[in-house]
Design a protein around this ligand. Sequence first.
Ligand code: AVJ
Length: 332
Amino acid sequence: MTPRAQRSLARFRTLPAGEGDAPDIPADAANFADALLAGLRSDPKRISCKYFYDSEGSRLFEKVCGIPEYYPTRTELALLKAHAPEMTALIGAEAEIVEFGAGAGEKIRPLLDALERPRAYLPIDISGAYLRGIAARLTEEYPALDIRPIVADFTRTVVLPSASDARRVGFFPGSTIGNLAPQEAQQFLANAANMLKGGGLLIGVDLVKDPGVLHAAYNDPAGITAAFNKNLLVRANREAGANFELARFAHYAFYNPMQRRIEVYLVSNAAQRVTVCGRTVAFAEGEAIHTEWSYKYTVEDFRRLAASAGFVPRAVWCDAERLFSIHWLEAA
Ligand code: AVJ
């Protein structure tokens, strides 16, 4: 991330009472072309993983979640289903739930089914059309619930509807926090702790484990993860006047045990020139575009990180194999 992006990371603002609902923040998808070109002209080349999630990317990510080797989604969903009564007891009655990166809207269901008179559900997602579809479906299933979708990049400023007197609780599943470097994660958590004062944050965090298991989760034999990664190039061709040839780039992902993160790249398999927004970008043979980090934590390390950001770490739930964790962090 650029220093500028870092400084603007995760600011939450609440509209003053009476100013009505938060308007949609045009997720900086509009700036995709600019960000893409800037990223491809920097050294090393990079594209932020948040640009994975156009409508097609969100659909592809749903497919990733179903990959047999990709354990996080099913493990976390099972934890939510098994422990929803304890989790919702900690969240408390009449809470307002803010979800960061709502995606397919599946993980909130076990909580909604167990929550006592939730005041409102505010799913935030960068993928606008996709989010609206999900919100419409949830509205049909939970007609009594006040659902307010917010299209926004939650790593930037998010404007929430005017503060109610409800306890505000964050829900951040999927280990999406792993996309942030630890220092950025700490900053995000510090801002969240501030926004959620009096409530808390329920957050899913992928765990450090056998590198072979991690490697397999990001290298499925059917190539779904590769398609998800390469969707960045498809999107660039459609939205940024680029002419990437998909066959000339390879998906490359591995676990770096020193940094405790999965690193994801698109690697040029030849020396080539690509046009992006009317500019030429040159690739050497074997040159990589960095597209994603996915940090893994131990339970203790994550609790320490959360505490350093101002949360009081309380309950933790893990599956028997210790693949994945969900933390309840209190914002005192
Ligand atoms: C959505 C960021 C949690 O890091 O595991 C899955 C994204 N990338 N396969 C992850 C992802 C490749 C995923 N997160």
